[in-house]
Each structure stands twice: as structure tokens, then as C-alpha cells.
Design a protein around this ligand. Sequence first.
Ligand code: PA5
Length: 467
Amino acid sequence: MKEYKSLVFDYNNMMKDFVGEKEGFSEKELKNNFDIAVNAHKTFEENRGLNMLGWTELPYNQKGIVKHIKTVAKRIRKADAFVVLGIGGSALGTNALFKSLCHLHHNELKKSKRKAPKLYVEDNIDPVRMKELLDVLDLDKTIFNVISKSGSTSETMSQFLIIYKMLKDLYGENAKDHIIATTDEKNGNLIKIAKEEDLETFFIPDGVGGRFSVISPVGLLPAAVLGIDINELLKGCIHMDKMCRKPNLKNPALIFGLLQYLSMQKGKNISVIMPYSDNLKLIADWYCQLWAESLGKKLDLKNNIVHTGQTPVGALGVTDQHSQIQLYTEGPFDKVITLIGVKNFKETVEIPHMFSEYPSVNFLSGNTLNDLITNERIATEYALTKNQRLNNSIVLEEINAHTIGQLLMFFMIQTAYVGAMLNIDTFNQPGVEEGKNATYALFGRKGYESKLEELKSAKQKSDKYII
Ligand code: PA5
């Protein structure tokens, strides 16, 4: 049987021994607060598979779905392009899988090399983006996957209307062959339209919110179309899930969660996630949504006003060493920085011997870019620690479907733990409703008349503050 290496979570640099008395945590402090972690773990385990924790079972309960996804994906793989129409949790997971597990220039490769369609994830409604996407697509050879759990997200549904009208005008009855819908089985408009139009449809199961849906058909279908081994991805999730079954010091998501929670109590309001790998860049974006939308809440479960949350920031190593690290090493003590490293990159690039007369250039010769990126990560970790900055690191043995599954599950479980520690609803997003409703009102949508009145009677902007 294949042996899998677990990701390694290293929190030395969160401890007093390393970052000093003032900033760091002592073992005693962790021990004294450990019941917070134990309670969060208990809440998580007791609710596993229930309510909005339905996603915890996705690695285990999708055998039939995975089979169906693979059959459909095999057909789609012949297409020239696969376009995801979705936003937020319906797009970010696919982006993360695409970037981490495919060639970094997948779309530019010849079809014979990429062996899969080009992928476009359209998660904005910028009119220029829509027009210019259409400039590069050959609609004859393109399949669109419209993804919306609610089936009513304005951005996604407007994209769908534009594309479907175009397809209908071109192909009439056959337009449906170019569209796959991924949505809730019972609720929302998209499922109704999908039924009326007889679209191929995948369902987002109950208890799976957008930002926890990457391992449902939302992320699995595009991944399978790209040729990613989705069985391995799910096995990686199971591997991590098993590591998190006990409330002890060996549960990496629980320790990381507790440290983040305690850091928040000490005013560390920013969580920086900094992978040292271009492949992992969009995992950082996915994490940012997961962390922000899940933990940024006004009310706790008892309706007390708490205004919790930690602002997530994505950074890329080494690129952002030349942009953000100055702030992280010398600016305010308000961050926890998580570096993500890769032990074995899939490629090795040697730095040639040249210009021996210039020692400040020549010292690089004979090494590899692999050594350089790894040493720069270690050096950054050292510099942060020397400046008493709370930091920790996650190291993947290599990037493959299994380790990415581990990483995604690690962050999702950790987020659920921290939500439980904060005693908030991790799975809702009431803060985005106000803006959505105001948009509906501005469009004159039926049922939003009083919201429009409210908008009209809102304080008008003053010219004196406009230059
Ligand atoms: O995490 C979430 O729930 C959100 O970010 C949603 O994914 C996003 O708003 C899109 O929603 P829907 O899939 O219903 O179109």
C-alpha cells in the first residue's frame, strides 16, 4: 500500500522560548487554556455530519457521486475550454485546486500536453472581463459549469443569463449540452431552471456551505475535468480528518486553532498566510475567504455583540519578501504569520556557474532554485522570530492531490474549531446581506420597495468632501 506523509505543523515560533516572554505562549498557558480546545473539539465531533457540518462527511460519502463526476468529466475533457461561472465559495476552491495541482501555465500549453480543456473561473461581473473572455472562447467547443448553492446569486445568475441566451441563439435546443449546473437539490431558482431546461446537474449536499464546498461537486467536477485525481484528494482529506479525531496535542488543526484563538485574545488581528510556492498561491486566497467569512461576526451564539474575527492576508514567498515582510518584521505586533513550505518541488532548477569574478552573484552558482526558495523561507522564519513576531509553519512533503486534500481539510477543520472557541455561527454570513439587498433595491426588484425607500432617504453625500 502507498505510504502517505502527513503535513508537518511547526509552532515553535509561537512559543516564549523562541519569540520571547512578551509575545510568545508558554506551555503552561497552553495547558491552562486547553479545555477551550477540548470543548471546541467536542462541539465539532458531536455535530459531525449534522447541520452545517455536513462537509465533514464528504470525504467518506461520495463514492457514487465521484463515479458519476468521473464519467461526465471524461466526456468534457474533449472540450477546448471549461468555464466555471460562480463566485466566492463556488469559485475559490476550484481556483486553488487548479493552481496547485495543474501546470502553472495550463491554458497556454498545447492540448496534446495539457490533455484537458483550458479552465476559466469567472468570479466577477466586470463587463470587460466577460467580453474579453468571449473573445478567446470557441463556443462550439466550450462547456460552462454554472455553480450556485443558493441558485440566486446575482453575479452568477447574470453570467448564466448572458451565456445561455448566447448559446440558445446559436444552438437552439442543443444549448443545454454546453451547460452543467451545480446547485442545491431542492432550493433556489437554478435547480428549477436546470429541471425546466433539462440541464446536466450536480448537487451540493445539505450542510455544505460555499466556503466548505471545495470537496463537493463544486470543486470535484472541475478538478476531474482537469485530470486531478479526486480519489487521492479525498483520501488526503480523510488522512487529515483522522489526525484530528482526538482532542490532544497531536491534533494539528486543534493546536493551530487554539494558538490562533489565543493570539486573537492578545490583539493579533491579522492572520497572514504565506506559501512559498506559486502552486499554493490560490490556496491562500481560498483560506482568506474561509477565515474572513467564517469568523468575522458581530454576534455570538447568545446574541451578544462581539465583533470577532481576524483579518486574513495572503502573501507569496518569496515575492512578498520584497513587498510585505518589512511591515511584518518591524511594524505593529498585530499578526500571526503562517509560512507554508514544500519539501520536494516537482521540478529542480539548477543555477549555472558563471561570472566567478563577482562573488556576490557567484555564491548562487551550483545551487538550485529549490535550495534558494527553501533557504529564503527558513531565513524569513528566522528574521520574524528574531523580531519577536508570532509565526508558525506548515510543510508539505510535496504537492500532490493527497497533500492538498490534507491541507484543505486542515484549514476547514481548524476554522470550525476556532468558530466554536469564539462561540459564533461559523457558517452564516449575515454581513453580506445588506449589500445584496441594497443591490436588489437599486434594480427595482419586487419585494425590495422599502429597501429602496430606505436607500433614497439615506444621508446624501456632501459635495464639500468630493474634490
Ligand atoms: O461561502 C459562502 O457561502 C459564499 O461565499 C458563497 O459561496 C457565495 O456567496 C456564492 O454563493 P452561491 O453559491 O449561493 O452562489
